[in-house]
Design a protein around this ligand. Structure first.
Ligand code: DSN
Length: 436
């Protein structure tokens, strides 16, 4: 087992922490909210978080996000603000931008988007006019709603053409993507996904984009930490624009970011973030982004990302050995998509998610490619290792996690199995404290 010293920065378990101070302060001012926050802390502490898009931030990131910077309006950009009093806000944003550029090896970064979807709104506005065609992987095949779903801004204001995965391998089929691109002549091609477990060939995507005169956008929200540390190939220099969230494998505060190497596109992106689609930036979050990027520049973060993938591979192997089928045959990154039907034809993602939650394992149902079941039911589960790796779990513990997953799903919802596993997980979690 890891010692506290080996855990990620801030992951030790001191007897008293700033979080305790916060709860004590709130307890005197607003006991209701204090109780809610204490409940959420306890929930996170005593359960195993396997949602691939979630993580546990360090105490430094959490407290920077709850700092004095929340009090300020700072529309504009460093050195060009619409409000006075922005001296330290300029410094925080400059620091966040510079660290982002260093981390991803690019020339320009806009750290103001409030979330990944906002980053994508700004990128779409910078790269296309309404009515232009975007070519992307639809959400039902592992893409994201902001890449062209009909009910989203992307599918409302732009023409959307789809590519899909090879039905037999469930892998990206680059020849087919090129064929579709030639046919639909998109202005923009998007790569980067929410539920794709294999490596993305950014160079090949750029070659396809060049063939048809399209721009290439990589949304690396899920794999940002892996790209920043070389654990997954970088989208630079291939993508014209890269968007991301900052809170998944990158382990920062909830937020978004847009990056590019192209000065002209950078100017457009800045204009489309503010004033194009947002007002005042969340300066407390930008300060926390700077902290997170600083953490991600340290060698420990590279080891962390390497371990995220090792853990995913260990979890995948154990699940496969227990009869589960993994879409695309396994994983190269932090997540896997489990086709539950191979283990039990009647098992649905919705049931599995519910049974696992009451057993202390948090994950999400997820459609598998060509899923015959509707999105609120699904035949799949998406599992990811970023949060568990932050807590210090390694390969041997992944085998244990797989055993619990299988026991609960194999029990067909048996309440006594869930209660037993819940107790075991509570006990287990004591050895792997959250960052404090
Ligand atoms: N909701 C995120 C995810 O879980 O992948 C994407 O925005």
């Amino acid at each position: 087992m890891q010692t506290a010293k080996e855990r990620p920065s801030g992951a030790a378990s001191p007897s008293h922490s700033m979080s305790d101070d916060l709860l004590a302060l709130l307890g005197g001012v607003d006991p209701q909210v204090s109780q809610i926050l204490a409940g959420e802390r306890e929930r996170q502490e005593s359960t195993l978080e396997l949602i691939a898009s979630e993580n546990h931030v360090s105490a430094a990131v959490m407290h920077a996000a709850g700092s004095w910077m929340t009090n300020k309006y700072a529309e504009g950009y460093p050195g060009k603000r619409y409000y006075g009093g922005c001296e330290f806000h300029d410094q925080a944003e400059e620091l966040a931008r510079n660290r982002a550029k260093q981390l991803f090896g690019c020339a320009y970064a806009n750290v103001q988007p409030h979330c990944g979807a906002n980053a994508n709104i700004a990128a779409f506005m910078a790269l296309m006019n309404p009515g232009d065609t975007v070519l992307s992987l639809p959400i039902k095949s592992g893409g994201h709603l902001s890449h062209g779903l009909k009910v989203n801004f992307s599918g409302t204001f732009y023409k959307v053409a789809d590519y899909s995965l090879d039905p037999s391998t469930e892998l990206l089929d680059y020849d087919e993507i090129e064929r579709i691109a030639r046919e639909c002549q998109p202005k923009l091609i998007i790569c980067g996904y929410s539920a794709y477990s294999r490596t993305i060939d950014f160079a090949r995507f750029r070659a396809i984009a060049d063939t048809v005169g399209a721009l290439l956008m990589a949304d690396i929200a899920h794999i940002a930490g892996l790209c920043a540390t070389g654990v997954h190939p970088s989208p630079f220099p291939f993508a014209h624009v890269v968007t991301t969230t900052t809170h998944k494998t990158l382990r920062g505060p909830r937020g978004g970011m847009v990056m590019t190497n192209d000065e002209e596109l950078a100017t457009k992106v800045d204009r489309k973030v503010f004033p194009g689609s947002q007002g005042g930036p969340l300066m407390h979050i930008i300060a926390a982004k700077a902290v997170a990027f600083g953490e991600a520049l340290r060698p420990e973060f590279t080891s962390y990302c390497q371990q995220v993938v090792k853990n995913a591979k260990a979890l995948a192997a154990e699940l496969q050995s227990r009869g589960y089928r993994l879409c695309a045959g396994g994983t190269d990154n932090h997540l896997m998509l489990v086709d539950l039907r191979a283990r039990n034809a009647d098992l649905t993602g919705a049931d599995a998610e519910k049974w696992l939650e009451r057993s202390g394992i948090i994950c999400n149902k997820n459609g598998i490619p060509n899923d015959p079941r509707p999105p609120m039911v699904t035949s799949g589960l998406r599992l990811g290792t970023p949060a568990l790796t932050t807590r210090g779990l390694r390969e041997p513990q992944m085998t244990r996690v797989a055993t619990w997953l299988d026991e609960v799903m194999g029990s067909k919802g048996d309440a006594s199995t869930s209660a037993r596993v819940r107790g075991e997980i509570k006990e287990f979690c004591r050895d792997f404290p959250l960052p404090h």
